[in-house]
Design a protein around this ligand. Structure first.
Ligand code: NDP
Length: 307
């Protein structure tokens, strides 16, 4: 039987509607949550991401502002900008779009963000809150993964969860969130022995690898829930055939654009999994929705309104 498709676009829209309602309620007490986005230079991919974040902020009624220093900006200048955003009360969330240019000390810049305004949840203070189960700001993509599970009625407590990937941005925080919700968690990486066998234990399998269609049917226990975090662009014909041979719709996209997006999970997995997130339209849309949600959470926490 084909897997149930977990529709991230629909869930993200539900979350945005809830966030917009919270923004309206906060307005009654004179609070308008604000998000400041810092985009250095002109990377086309980063510009697309930032446009999406600013547009979504406006749709849910947040105050938003953009800072766009040239890619010649120094670490010191960025630190001054962050210090200014930290000081300003109308800014509740600060997001520094990555990657930063090579000459900039990215770690120092991220560390300078006030943890109370760290809507990306990357600051070591928030990482510590997450691992000790204290209220804090949780990274957006991992938080989105948990929302997909929760809103789709997929139980987590007591389940075997396997996460492939151990990055600070996705793999580790996803594993921590699953553990905090009482899953039995295994974290895999490039040195894991017999990866397919370990993955076959999973009731919930999360792939955050960055390798197009790497997770094939042999990785998946029949009926498991598979969450595909990967976003990979295929431009090579052979690679395309390995993943999408016989898929007419994808053929059309590939012929027209010369590329197509694929997750870390091979489409054949939909034939064995119980539930699966598509790419695109799975975890991706949740990431921006959770950024909106985090900005409202930051605004409430800073004012002692968050329970
Ligand atoms: P990283 O490159 O930082 O981490 C990848 C992880 O995968 C590493 O832990 C690495 O292991 C592991 N890995 C790589 N190759 C293998 C392999 N052959 N077998 C087992 N493990 C392997 O990537 P990110 O965590 O930042 O991102 C992962 C994916 O998620 C990417 O495709 C990215 O584009 C996507 N992404 C999607 C988002 C969304 O909104 N949907 C947001 C953020 C990321 P090791 O540590 O040993 O090197």
């Amino acid at each position: 039987m084909a897997a149930r498709i977990l529709d991230g676009t629909k869930l993200a829209s539900e979350i945005r509607t809830e966030v917009a309602a919270q923004v309206k309620t906060l307005a009654l007490s004179g609070v308008r949550p604000g998000l400041a986005v810092v985009l250095v230079g002109h990377s086309p991919a980063s510009e697309v991401y930032v446009r999406g974040k600013v547009k979504s902020s406006q749709e849910v009624g947040l105050y938003s502002e953009q800072h766009t220093p040239a890619d010649t900006v120094t670490t010191e200048e960025l630190l001054e900008l962050i210090a200014d955003l930290n000081r300003r009360d109308e800014v509740d969330g600060i997001l520094v779009q990555l990657p930063l240019p090579e000459h900039v000390d990215a770690k120092r810049v991220l560390l300078a963000v006030d943890p109370a305004k760290d809507v990306d949840g990357f600051h070591p203070v928030n990482v510590g809150y997450l691992s000790t189960q204290r209220p804090g700001l949780v990274p957006c993509t991992p938080a989105g993964v948990m929302e997909i599970l929760r809103r789709s009625g997929i139980p987590v407590a007591g389940q075997e969860a396997v996460v492939i990937g151990r990055s600070d941005i996705v793999g580790k925080p996803v594993a921590m969130l699953l553990l905090n919700q009482n899953a039995t968690v295994t974290v895999c990486h490039s040195k894991t022995r017999d990866l397919p066998e370990v993955c076959r234990r999973a009731d919930i399998l999360v792939a955050a690898i960055g390798r197009a269609g790497m997770v094939t049917r042999e990785f998946v226990k029949p009926g498991a829930t598979v969450i595909d975090v990967g976003i990979n662009k295929i431009t090579d014909r052979k690679e395309f055939d390995r993943v999408f041979a016989g898929n007419k719709k994808r053929e059309e996209t590939f012929a027209a654009k010369g590329s197509t997006l694929v997750g870390d999970v091979h489409p054949e997995v939909a034939e064995v999994a119980g539930a699966i997130t598509p790419v695109p339209g799975g975890v991706g849309p949740l990431t921006i929705a959770m950024l909106m949600s985090n900005t409202v959470k930051a605004a409430m926490m800073r004012r002692g309104l968050y329970r």
